[in-house]
Every structure is written in C-alpha cells, then in structure tokens.
Design a protein around this ligand. Structure first.
Ligand SMILES: NC(=O)c1ccc[n+]([C@@H]2O[C@H](COP(=O)([O-])OP(=O)(O)OC[C@H]3O[C@@H](n4cnc5c(N)ncnc54)[C@H](OP(=O)(O)O)[C@@H]3O)[C@@H](O)[C@H]2O)c1
Length: 337
C-alpha cells in the first residue's frame, strides 16, 4: 500500500481525489492538510465521506508528512504549492502537483504569466508533464509530475496527433472552451457567486489566460513545430465539465475520415481517450477519466471537439492516472467502474 497525503484537502480537487483513492487498491490516505484551526474531521468538510474515512485534517508540517507519507497529491494554489512541495521532494517523497507550478519549462515564462516568483526555480523545466497519453515514459521515471491544466487537456490531446502528422498549420489554432464553475475552485469569488454566474455566460481572461503558454509549450514539444494557440475560455452555468472547440487549418485537403483515422490510430491502445462519432457532451464524460474527442472538416477548417470533466480528467483522476504510471500500477486502477 502506498501511503498518500493530500495537501489542500478542503478543496474541490481534493474531494474528488479522496473519492477516487478510497477505492484504489494500492493507496491508503494517511494525511489531509488544511490551514483551518482545530480538530476538523474530514466529514465536517466533505460530508459524503462520513463513515468512509476517519481522518482529522491537520496543519501542513513537512516533517509529519515526510514521516508518514510515501506520496503526496498537492491540491494547493500555484506558488503555495511549490513552496510546500519543495521540502517534500527534497526528502524523497513522490509528488503529483495539481497546481500550475511545475508545468512550464522556464522560470521567466512562469513569472510573466503567474506574476509570482517561483519558490522552487531549480526544478522548473525538469518535471514531467502529466499527460500519460503523450509522456508515459517520462512520468514513469519521475519522482514529481506536473498535472496538466484542465483547459489544455482535451485540445492538446486533439491537436497533438494532427500536428505530429503535419496535417494542420501550427501557427493558426484557436481554442474556445466552455468551463463549469468548479474550475475556479471552492473559495467564494464574485464572478462565481450564484446570482452572477447562474443563467449567464461570459468570456474571461480573453487573450491572457494563464493556460496559453502551456498549450504552446506542450504542443511544440510534441510536434517540433512553432505552435501558437489563441485560447478563449467562457464560464458557463454548470457545476463541472469543459467542452472545447478547437479550430485549425488543414495544410492540404483532408477528409473527416482521415482526421478521425489519425486520432483513432494514435489513441488505439490508450484507455482514457475515446474518439467518438457523436458530438461530445460534458455529461458523457461527467465523473469519468475519459476525454472524448471528435472531428469535423469544413472546407479547409479542421474542427476538433473535446469533452472532459475538469475535476476528473482535468485534475484529480488524471492525478491518479499519473500516480498509477509513476508506481507501475495498471494505468486504470481506481479509475474504472
Ligand atoms: N478546480 C479545477 O477544475 C482544477 C483543475 C485543474 C487544476 N486545478 C488546480 O488544482 C489546485 C486545487 O484546485 P481546487 O479547485 O481544488 O482549489 P480549491 O477548491 O480552492 O482548494 C484549494 C485548497 O488549498 C488551500 N489553500 C488555499 N490557499 C492556500 C495557501 N495560500 N496556502 C496553503 N493552502 C492554501 C485551501 O484549503 P484551506 O483553506 O483549508 O487551507 C483550499 O481548500 C489549484 O492549483 C488549481 O489551479 C484545479
């Protein structure tokens, strides 16, 4: 049994992690951390675990975590995450970091987009990007893995095979995302307050969303091409799920069957990417680790539509998939019904 700790255990991604790890045959949750004071039982924060997990949340003390855990999932916000994770990694603990802290390859890019000094700059650029569909071997050899952002996951999985096959233009890609409100986390904010977001749709961070450099960096690494993604997210009034529509331009005339064929061949042996014929919906991937993809070709435009659950394939289930790969467990352990 791998003894697992969850940092930032009161949040949404932590809640989903607990849910998944409770039925994982190789993991035991031994520590949950919070900044809240006093003896807060997990069932007070997440009532669905009453009778299923008997743990009291604790302050994050590195020595305690190092003494009791083999592996840690960090569900902390960026910057706070790297600061807390650094001493744990230094001490040999394996880490899956759900924050953005280790996703980017260069400290300067991180500082520019996140407006923070990086608390662990020496490790930046040396951490595997946690998409096993693209970087399985790197993840399997890693002590720390950077879990991908929820928005880039489906578009990267849709674009990577087509860029590698050189059939779409790398400098002409637009990603439009419709995101559920849980993507913003559990802490109350005006924009995610019910009367603000219910029965309402709004674009946000237009032209400057922090996931932009992640798209480009990962797709450049996969394809060797100079990729430039214009990313526009929209907040839609649903709890969870992300539907992404990605617009690319074909290099040469290509049919829908050819595009679908490239995607199907690329993901033939991958358990969590389904290349479907229907237009995916967020409900069909709800509470699953699936990324459902399809394609339509309209003239020279290749339109790729993807659906994931932001809290599962976009965060916690992907983190467990990475955990499985890091430990050499069956990749689907704990993630299938
Ligand atoms: N939500 C998503 O769909 C999603 C998807 C992919 C990645 N992520 C990333 O995953 C991480 C967790 O996201 P989430 O949605 O679970 O967030 P969340 O619901 O806001 O939870 C974050 C938790 O971190 C703790 N925390 C907040 N600020 C902290 C600080 N400065 N120092 C230490 N602890 C702090 C809080 O717990 P206490 O107040 O109890 O200490 C909070 O419960 C974030 O980095 C986020 O960007 C989220």
């Amino acid at each position: 049994m791998v003894k697992a700790g969850i940092l930032g255990a009161t949040g949404y991604t932590a809640r989903e992690l607990i849910h998944i790890l409770l039925r994982h045959e190789h993991a035991e949750i031994v520590a949950l951390t919070t900044r809240q004071e006093g003896d807060v039982h997990v069932s007070e924060v997440h009532p669905q675990f009453a009778g299923r997990l008997d743990l009291v949340l604790e302050p994050l003390k590195s020595d305690e975590i190092i003494a009791r855990c083999d592996c840690v999932f960090s569900c902390l916000p960026h910057a706070a995450s790297a600061e807390r994770v650094k001493p744990l990694v230094d001490a040999g603990i394996r880490v899956v970091d759900l924050s953005a802290d280790y996703r980017l390859q260069e400290v300067g890019t991180y500082t520019h987009w996140y407006r923070e000094e990086h608390p662990d700059p020496e490790r930046v650029g040396a951490v595997a990007y946690g998409l096993p569909e693209l970087f399985f071997d790197e993840i399997a050899a890693s002590q720390i893995v950077a879990n991908p952002g929820c928005n880039p996951t489906a578009p990267i999985l849709a674009l990577a095979p087509l860029l590698k096959a050189r059939c779409i233009q790398p400098a002409d890609v637009i990603v439009d995302a419709k995101c559920g409100v849980s993507g913003a986390g559990r802490s109350p904010k005006l924009t995610t307050h019910f009367p603000e977001c219910n029965e309402n749709v709004v674009a946000y961070n237009v032209g400057h969303h922090r996931h932009t450099p992640e798209f480009n960096q990962v797709l450049q690494k996969v394809s060797g091409a100079n990729v430039d993604v214009l990313f526009i997210p929209h907040l839609v009034p649903m709890d969870r799920g992300i539907l992404t529509t990605t617009y690319a331009t074909a290099c040469d005339p290509i049919s829908e069957e050819q595009v679908l064929g490239i995607l199907r061949e690329f993901y033939r042996d991958r358990p969590f990417v389904r290349v479907v014929d229907n237009l995916p919906t967020t409900k069909q991937t709800l509470a699953s680790n699936y990324c459902d993809l399809t394609a339509r070709v309209i003239g020279e435009r290749v339109v790729l539509i993807g659906s994931i659950d932001n809290l599962w394939k976009g965060a916690s289930a992907a983190a467990v998939q990475n955990f499985n790969v890091m430990y050499g467990f069956e990749e689907t352990t704990g993630l299938c019904d």
